[in-house]
Ligand binder design. Structure first.
Ligand code: FES
Length: 571
């Protein structure tokens, strides 16, 4: 027997409250039959003009609605906090948890039976999914899709990847202001999110690998008509999911998370996957640890030749066959029997994809690189772990011993990095403190700080950089990130001084500060915590409650879920 619709508790009543719930909604012109047993589908929209990557989602909501109505549902769109990666200060990561709270409470408090999450820009996918997990209704994700490839001087350039080269292009290749302007207008030239394998594309692949999208959704460009078809079909399917009671917890099993980690390695996805997947697992109640990412993902070969690890962009990836090809190639590693939103297994969904370009998606027999996943480092400099993305790092720095050049925060870095008198050379290790969840606050993407001008002019392309911050998924370099515990809460990172020797050994998963135990204890005794960066409002709440990076940087009291029950009516 079909489960009673949640929305019946609002619209199915014949008393005063039933009158109230229906009557005001009727001002938008809904006929009687909309209130009599149609599944109500909440379309959770992260559209905002301040989130350029999601600027097309207002139109997409209408297309999803079309599908919902065709399948006999009642679509109701609602907005949630949107997070524009390139605009919000100090960092969207500070607000990911806020957007997740907004999503969770908006779903639970309303007469919603199933949810479609319309997402795109980096944090909008994990934030809304975290919130949806804490309610656990049937939920389907429609990723907004990447922009068309950026174009500049006859070449393809990646939005999000080219900007990391601007300083080098100006200093070494004498790019003029006109050159940079031309790149600026040619880089983000259509609707959609960043089209390199940055965090947004990583998140789109993550939700497809988790089984939360219709098959093949992740790579379709935002402006391709097939993306609209996908949105419409998603609208139809969510109505069926409600009838089948196919809730998030039935899809988001431990095996689904392991699949997402492996697929991320195969596509060379962003390090940000770690922090978001840990937080999502924490909400749905699946045990997942930082070490799982290394154990499960690091032996997987790299197949997708996409920036920043490779050469191509998401449009090329889609034309080559997209994520279904990667999933199919990786089938000997994956759990192929896990169920997805369309009711079929991931193995069934990706049984026979055709690869149209082996330059863009390699086969598992002839991969671009072996062992491509993310490495988790341990040592006295990161007692709870730190990470590095080997596929985006320089081979010659993977085992390295160098002297620390310490910056106490990002302002200190900006003030001194290009000082000609700064003692730094190609063997130095840049250490950036106060970039963690509590310290910044919000754990921004500053880990891949630019190299000093004088080294760039000498032709130096990379240095080991270590911080408690994150790195944009579009960035690259030998960058150690997510050091936990962070410096602002007294992690060893706070105790490093310029001139200390640091040893990085990725093969042996080691990150070591080479000073004596006695000296370390002395420094720890002398350390005092920094003044918190806020004394009121959401930021104060965040600082007081955010967990460390190795736990996913969620708010401690938001882990887990409260289901979909609301015990009291509004009157
Ligand atoms: Fe939105 Fe890159 S800035 S996805």
């Amino acid at each position: 027997m079909q489960k009673k619709l949640r929305s019946t508790d609002w619209f199915g009543k014949s008393d005063k409250m039933g009158f109230v719930h229906r009557s005001w909604l009727r001002n938008q012109g809904y006929p009687d039959d909309y209130f009599t047993g149609r599944p109500v589908i909440g379309i959770c929209n992260t559209w905002s003009e301040l989130t350029p990557c999601n600027g097309h989602l207002r139109d997409f909501a209408e297309i999803v609605k079309r599908g919902v109505i065709e399948a006999g549902g009642f679509p109701l769109e609602f907005p949630v906090t949107s997070l524009g990666e390139t605009i919000m200060r100090p960092t969207t990561m500070l607000f990911r948890n806020l957007a997740s709270m907004d999503t969770e409470e908006s779903i639970r408090a309303n007469p919603i039976d199933g949810v479609v999450l319309l997402t795109g820009c980096d944090k909008t996918t994990p934030a809304t999914l975290m919130g949806a997990c804490s309610v656990n209704l049937p939920t389907l994700v429609v990723p907004g899709g990447p922009m068309l490839n950026g174009r500049f001087k006859g070449e393809c350039i990646g939005s999000g990847s080219f900007n990391w080269m601007v300083k080098e292009k100006q200093l070494v290749e004498n790019y003029t202001a006109e050159d940079i302007h031309e790149a600026e207008v040619g880089s983000a030239r259509s609707q959609g999110h960043c089209m390199s394998m940055g965090t947004a594309s990583t998140m789109a692949c993550m939700v497809e690998a988790l089984g939360l999208t219709l098959p093949g959704a992740a790579a379709i460009p935002a402006v391709d008509a097939r993306k609209k078809v996908m949105a419409q079909l998603s609208g139809r399917r969510i109505v069926e999911m409600v009838k089948e009671d196919l809730t998030l917890e039935k899809i988001l099993t431990r095996e689904a998370f392991e699949n997402a980690i492996m697929v991320n390695a195969g596509v060379g996805g962003s390090t940000n996957l770690i922090i978001h997947l840990l937080a999502i697992a924490g909400r749905i109640g699946v045990p997942l640890t930082l070490d799982d990412f290394d154990k499960i993902g690091s032996a997987i070969p790299l197949l997708a030749n996409l920036k920043p690890s490779g050469k191509y962009l998401m449009e090329d990836f889609y034309y080559a066959g997209g994520l279904p090809v990667v999933i199919h190639e990786l089938k000997k590693y994956l759990y192929n029997d896990v169920i997805t939103v369309n009711g079929k297994t991931i193995g069934e969904n990706n049984a026979n994809p055709i690869c149209y370009n082996r330059e863009v998606i390699a086969s598992v027999e002839d991969p671009l690189q072996q062992n491509a996943g993310i490495a988790v480092l341990r040592g006295n400099l990161c007692e709870e772990g730190a990470i590095i993305k080997p596929s985006a790092a320089s081979a010659h720095l993977m085992q390295h011993r160098g002297k620390a050049v310490v910056f106490v925060n990002i302002e200190d870095y900006h003030a001194r990095i290009d000082d000609p008198l700064l003692e730094i050379d190609e063997n130095s290790v840049i250490v950036l403190q106060s970039a963690g969840p509590v310290g910044y606050p919000g754990m921004p993407e500053v880990g891949n700080v630019d190299l000093p001008e004088k080294l760039i002019r000498k032709g130096v392309k990379d240095l080991v950089r270590i911080s408690d911050g994150r790195m944009s998924g579009t960035a690259y370099g030998t960058v150690v990130l997510h050091v936990s515990p962070e410096s602002a809460v007294g992690g060893t990172l706070a105790l490093v001084k310029s001139g200390d020797w640091i040893e990085l050994d990725v093969a042996n998963r080691k990150l070591h500060l080479d000073i004596s135990e006695a000296e370390l204890a002395e420094r720890r005794k002398a350390w005092t915590p920094p003044t918190p960066m806020a004394d009121r409002g959401y930021v104060k709440f965040y600082i007081d409650h955010v967990q460390q990076a190795h736990l996913g940087a969620d708010i401690d009291i938001l882990r887990g879920g409260s289901g979909d029950t609301v015990t009291r009516d509004l009157h």
